[in-house]
Each structure stands twice: as C-alpha cells, then as structure tokens.
Design a binder for this molecule. Sequence first.
Ligand code: PLP
Length: 447
Amino acid sequence: QAKASYDAQDLWQKDKNHFIHPFTDFSLFHEKGCDLITDSDGIYVEDVHGNRFIDGIAGLWCVNVGHGRAEIGQAMAEQATRMAYFSTFNNLSNAPATELAAKLAELAPAHLNHVFFSCGGSTANDATIRLVHYYFNRLGKPTKKRILSRTNAYHGTTYMAASLTGIASNNWQFDTLDLVTHLSEANCYRRPEGMSEAEYCDHLVDELEQTIERLGADNIAAFIAEPIMGAGGVLVAPQGYHSRVQAICRANEILFIADEVVTGFGRLGHFFASEAVFDTQPDIINVAKGLSSGYAPLGATLISDDLYAVLSTPQGPGGVLSTGFTYSGHPVSCAAALKNIEIIEREGICENVLEVGPYLESQLKTLASHETVGDIRGSHFMMAIENVANKTTKALLPVEARVGDRVAAEAQKRGLIIRPVGHLNIISPPLIWTRQVVDDVVAILDE
Ligand code: PLP
C-alpha cells in the first residue's frame, strides 16, 4: 500500500505554531522547530525528508519489539473494528483486558496475581499511590501516608508522579505535593571519595533507617524505586541494595513498589527484573512502555495477593472502589500488548537481550578512552554515557556547553538517534539489535 506523502514545510510550520511538545527546550524549539519522524521499520526510523536513522532509544525506552510490526497493527485493527471501546467500570469487562491480566499474572513473580490498568507509566504510579493510601485507610492505619522516593528518580508527570520524581530540573517552577520524602540516589560513579561499593551500600541503607526513625514508620506508606534508575542517569545501585531496602521496608510495614516502566518487558533480559535480577519480591510492580512496545498507550499496576485481599474486601452496601480511568483496560491497547508479549516469547527477545546486551556494554566501554567520557554504565539494553570536563575530578562541563545535545546532534548527522539528558547521553534501543548493529552504533559514537 502506497504511503501518504507529507508536505514537510506545512507540517513544520503547523507544529511550530500549535504543538506544545512535552519536555521542550523552547530556546532550541524557537530556533530550529521540530524533527518530524514519519516512518519506521525494525530498528530504523525515517524523517519527513527521507533520512534514515538507527533508533538508539526505542522511541522513548518503549518500542521493545521494534518498529513496523504488522501483526500488532492487525491485532489492533481487528479489535478496533470488533469492539473499539466499552467501559470496564461496574463489573463490565472485555476479552483482551481479561486475557492480558491473566497473562501478566502468569509472567510476574508468583505472588503478584492482580492487575489494575491505566494509560501509561505516570497514571500507573498515580493510581498505585491512591490504592496504597486506600489500603492503609482500610486497614485502620490512616497515618501511613508518606512515600519514600529518591533523588533523581523519574516516575512521570501527573501531579503525584511528578511529586515522586526526584529530578530537580524536571520540577523547576512546578509545584509538587508534600507527600514524598526523597532519599539519596544510588550513584556508584559519584559516591563519596574513598568509599567502597559495599560501604556505599551500608551508607544508603543507614540513611533509609535513619529516615524511617525520624519520620516514624507509622507515617510511611511505601518506598518506590526503579530497579535501575532510568531518566535520572541510568544509575545502577550497589550490589544488594534493593534487597536490603526491601527487608527494612517489610520490617516496618512499608510497601515496596518497583517502578518497572523501563526495566520491564525485556530491557534487562527478563519480563520483570525485580525478582530475576535484583532478588526482590515487590508488593507492587508498575509497568507501561514495553508492555505494548509503544504501539498503544497502556500501563498496569501488578498487585500482590495480600494487598488484593484488603482492596477487594467488600465495603458494604453500595460501596465501590472508586478509582480508575475511562481507558483502564482499553481493548485495543490490551490487544496490542497481548500480541507484543506473544512476539517477545516467540522470537526469544529476552534471550537476545541476554546475549547481545553484555556485548553492547563491553563495546560501549571501549569509548572510555575519549577525553570527555567520564563514565559508561548501565546494564544490557539500558545504557548511558556521562560526559565530563575532567575525568579525574568528574567536574561537569558548563551547562551552556550543551554537551549531551551536541553529542546527540553529531550522532544524528551520522544516522543514529540517541537521547540527550543534560550532560548525559542515553542508549536504550529496541531489543532486536544484533551484534552487527552494536558495531555500527559504536563506530558512529567513536567518531
Ligand atoms: N516511570 C518510569 C521509570 C519512567 O521512565 C517513565 C517515563 O519515562 C514513567 C514512569 C512515566 O511514564 P509515562 O511517560 O508513560 O507516563
């Protein structure tokens, strides 16, 4: 089927005049407008002028199975024409949502068997905090309200999710809710001078214990963390950190929430990283992005049997669990997710990540000899390069140097899209990259 052609100039002008882009740097936007991405295929995307790029960011950490999967499109089209939408409120349901909930329960750690659907990562986190508060209220512990998060965490941009987020620049001139206490991020590269990784882990765990002591466990509802921090700089915590944190949470009746919006659905080689990689059994796991590989908006909160037992206790005559979205369990999104999961399983995409991921890590690390490369870190298909002015002192280049933007722009000129985040560059590709693609990408970055 012939593709519709676009009038590039007309679109560019309309975009400039009318489209408020999320996370826009207006100084750049006013100067150069947008890059219109119009086409995609496998590991590639194409702009309106026909320039082709290797997608080094899987859209935005999400197109895990790669672009242009006709069978996902077909599954969505079939569902949209059969029954595009109907409510899931008041005991109504639809087949794809039901099947997907059961499939997620099958894939998730054994104790997580109940699924609350939302529209993406922010709404999954937002819904989660409402459910957590509801849970403690129903247990008769209404003072358990405060949520522990971490500096540089990214959990989204609804009011609650933005409040959980700990990236200061993200909330600049925005307000946040006074419900969250931020602990230090686990940043092995910038840990205090002279501290071993094991001592650093003790230090972070001590901070958590002191914070619980100070705030009182009776006032704390939950701790939320990404297994590997994503947008905050691809920060891998010291060995044992997450399981030690979980043990302390459990001892203090603080729910342990894993935000697996990025780490889920294969990015670290498993459907869920919490148990398989980090040896934790979260009370709640949140997913989005790779759940549908970005083919349709979708998020989900996976809830333990113990929590569900409380949430599902009848309130009495006429009482309902009054939370949810019009699009909770949207049939077309759920049909996309089911087909996406089928592809991940059929093609052994997690296995590809386990095989090619360490190669990507080792090849990226060859770039460490460059003058401005301070650190190359991450795991499997979740990597970052930290650019610095001085490798010994780890001092940063001035913000005006726009180092992340400039590296990304040079890569783009050479046919590769990577993501600038301040002084960092993030590489989070579709999970179908091969060793050959890794070689091509590392050659571009080296240049
Ligand atoms: N949680 C994490 C860990 C994320 O990385 C993101 C988005 O990047 C979100 C939540 C928010 O997801 P969404 O943008 O779908 O609302």
